[in-house]
Design a protein around this ligand. Structure first.
Ligand code: GLU
Length: 289
């Protein structure tokens, strides 16, 4: 190649390379911006025609896996189904509900990763969590309590405030955080899920299991040797959670929740799940019109 030609080729190649670099940087910046931008949950579920709900699978009454049908069942599941129908009506976009089991400790991360669109999973609204997720209005009022063996002689959280006692809790729950405040001298062991905590209680690895009364009632119905004691010593309002900054989805869900409370569906579900629970006054859970 002649010298002049070679130079021209060199210049063109440099320009092409420079352009490629600039475009590459611009593309990378755009991708990074898109990733850091919150996806709009309402837009996503409308496009998909489905809301993926994170639900409990180890919590009788609220979300428990039916091993025969491989589907979770409970108050939270029925609420999610009813809310999905109602949100479809409001938006005019037909949507189905699908369910993904979540653990107490994993729900927030699953929301953040968009593995789930929302979660209705006995989740207490706390100021700490409200910094990272968006909550709807409360849909159920619970409070922390204790489940003990009937002949244990333990009657309250104060009775547990002794180094000879161990309280069993589940990782990632409010009870895992709060128990030490109410019984600072007691040992606390945090298990991975409720089945393991109940097993540990039965095996005598602790004298009490602690979480929300509503969840403990589920265990008491199945284990007649155990009962709840000491009433409730915290306030635990349950909220439906979405990733943060999801006002359109939260607004739709709040509207749907208002409708279910007004049209009687909410009370029907309270009756369905809680009217046969010994020791629980289910009428107190109904919304009064
Ligand atoms: N309501 C409690 C909480 O939000 C328990 C929830 C759960 O068991 O997953 O921490």
């Amino acid at each position: 190649m002649e010298k002049a030609k070679k130079r021209r080729f060199g210049i063109i190649a440099t320009i092409v390379l420079a352009l490629a670099i600039v475009l590459g940087i611009a593309w990378a910046m755009q991708t990074a911006a898109n990733n850091s931008k919150h996806q709009d949950t309402l837009t996503r579920v409308e496009k998909r025609g489905q809301i993926i709900w994170g639900v409990k699978a180890d919590t009788k009454l609220f979300g428990l896996m039916n091993t025969k049908t491989a589907t979770p069942e409970g108050f939270d599941i029925d609420m999610a189904k009813a809310l999905t129908v109602q949100i479809s009506k409001q938006t005019g976009v037909p949507m189905s509900a699908s369910f993904v089991p979540v653990a107490s400790a994993s729900k927030i991360q699953l929301l953040k990763n968009t593995n789930i669109d929302g979660t209705i999973s006995t989740m207490t609204i706390t100021p700490e969590r409200a910094k990272v997720v968006d909550y709807t209005q409360p849909y159920f009022d619970a409070g922390q309590s204790l489940l003990v063996k009937k002949d244990s002689g333990i009657n309250s959280i104060q009775d547990m405030n002794d180094s000879k006692y161990t309280v069993l809790v589940v990782v990632g729950t409010t009870a895992a955080q709060m128990t030490k405040q109410f019984a600072p001298k007691a040992h606390v062991i945090a298990l991975q899920d409720y089945a393991s905590a109940m097993q540990a209680l039965k095996a005598g690895q602790g004298q009490a299991m602690s979480t929300d009364n509503a969840i403990l009632y589920g265990f008491a119905t199945e284990n007649p040797d155990y009962h709840l004691v000491g009433g409730v010593f915290t306030k635990a309002p349950y909220g439906i959670a979405f990733d943060h900054d999801q006002k359109p989805m939260v607004d739709q869900t709040n509207r749907a929740l208002d409708t279910l409370k007004k049209n009687g569906i909410y009370n029907q579900l309270i009756k369905k799940w809680f009217s046969n629970v010994p020791g629980l006054d289910w009428h107190e859970l109904e919304v009064k019109s």
